[in-house]
Design a binder for this molecule. Structure first.
Ligand code: APR
Ligand code: PHB
Length: 402
């Protein structure tokens, strides 16, 4: 048995774990990351690309923002096309100057991985069978296997950054946690292509045929999504089928301008809203997707992980720098307040912009639900105060001081 120790054990080397690890290191707080798969596998996951100001500021504080600030695109607005009209949401104008950065999650993860390696921080990739022990005691520890060897990692705290399918949330006894879930009756088929994006700004489209999103990674790389039935598979969709369907859902002039090409990645993701309460148990903190999932309609997944990291970073800095442990118990309350705002916004945008077919989403006939949503869009997309509500939440509500 190899015995090692650190101050904070981090489970998971996705964006949450890597960002937290870098920030703690900056404060001289030792940490070890245990990751189940290889670094290349982590980088192979194609995910979102919209960063709130708060996220970008955290990356800057971590000292890892050079490429993001050089290559990330500042977006001052976003477009919603619905009911035969196109509505520009002037993020900057409606929020008094706030904007978002368009920069792929893969890029952020790559930058964080490189910074961690450069700092010589310990990351055990391909670590198997991680188990969390004595999380309600004074000295929790983590066991895992790595390259055929058994390890015991002693620590003061454990940050469960291991995503929706990780081990951390399951470590909280079922009778000690409440899980809130809404599974949507459709998925998103995403396609990545080295083609120039159809628009400078993102276009969220509600069409008669279902939802579509035109996003981007750079001036030469595009990311598109189509709402698809839950039982569709990637094999059902040739590139040509995808492009033809996207053209039918985009506004006409965008469809005419669409440059198609071979997909370099194509995948289907289910949509769910999920929150685990509380987000802490003893000395275990749940961070990011380990605690919550949002439908990507509000671009909040990565950004809510960042606000969890911000809260935990504040707390652990006070613990180790000021010997203040009173704030430890406040993590879940502070993190959940902002998580629920992101959950609600993502659920609300999904309700407004997708076709729910025959699903009786809320105990009412789907046609009745659809009429309610027609009115929701009529108010929020056609009034200044309505667009301001969308803009304020899209750029991200302020982070709370613990
Ligand atoms: N042991 C070690 N590592 C694990 C385990 C485990 N038992 N289970 C999962 N992991 C790793 C996964 O391999 C993954 O690399 O934890 C990491 C979790 O990363 P994410 O799922 O990306 O979650 P998070 O870091 O919170 O980032 C949230 O990233 O995936 C997107 O949509 C998500 O935008 C959101 C953001
Ligand atoms: C993306 O670029 O992948 C993206 C952008 C905005 C969203 C979801 C995904 O709301």
């Amino acid at each position: 048995m190899n015995k090692i120790s650190t101050q904070v054990a981090i489970i998971g080397a996705g964006p949450s774990g890597l960002l937290l690890g870098q920030l703690l290191h900056k404060q001289g707080i030792s940490n070890v990351i245990i990751e189940r798969v290889t670094g290349d596998y982590v980088l192979g996951r194609i995910r979102a690309g919209i960063l709130e100001q708060g996220f970008a500021d955290l990356v800057r504080e971590a000292g890892v923002a050079e490429r993001m600030d050089a290559e990330g695109e500042i977006h001052e607005g976003v477009e919603i096309a619905a009911d035969g009209e196109r509505f520009h949401i002037d993020l900057k104008g409606l929020t008094g100057g706030d904007v978002v950065i368009c920069y792929g999650q893969t890029e952020i993860t790559s930058d964080l991985m490189a910074a961690r390696a450069a700092a010589g921080l310990e990351t055990y990739y391909e670590a198997e069978n991680a188990q969390l022990h004595e999380v309600t005691g004074d000295k929790p520890w983590v066991s895992f296997e790595h390259q055929g060897e058994q390890y015991r990692l002693d620590c003061d705290y454990i940050a469960g950054c291991d995503g929706f399918h990780g081990v951390s949330r399951q470590t909280i006894p079922a009778d000690k946690r409440t899980e809130h879930e809404r599974v949507y009756p459709f998925g998103w088929l995403g396609l990545l292509s080295d083609t120039p994006p159809v628009s400078e700004e993102l276009i969220y489209c509600k069409s008669e045929r279902g939802f579509a999103l035109a996003s981007r990674r750079s001036a030469t790389r595009s990311r598109y999504y189509l709402q698809v039935p839950l039982d569709d598979t990637v094999e059902d969709w040739s590139d040509e089928d995808f492009w033809q369907e996207l053209k039918k859902r985009l506004p006409a002039d965008a469809a005419d301008a669409l440059v198609t090409g071979p997909s370099i990645e194509k995948s289907i993701a289910p949509l769910r809203s999920f929150v685990c309460e509380p987000m802490q148990y003893g000395k275990l903190f749940l961070v990011g997707d380990a605690a919550h999932i949002v439908p990507p309609t509000g671009a909040k997944g990565l950004n809510l992980a960042a606000s969890d990291v911000a809260a935990l970073y504040q707390i652990l800095t006070r613990v180790y720098h000021d010997n203040d442990t009173d704030c430890v118990s406040r993590y879940s309350e502070v993190a959940l307040r902002r998580v629920w705002h992101g959950e609600r916004f993502s659920w609300w945008m999904s309700n407004m912009l997708h076709d729910f077919g025959d699903e009786v989403a809320t105990g009412m006939d789907s046609k009745t639900f659809s009429r309610f949503m027609d009115s929701e869009r009529d108010y929020y997309l056609k009034t200044e105060e309505g667009k301001t509500v969308i803009a304020r939440q899209y750029v991200g509500l302020p982070y709370e001081k613990v």
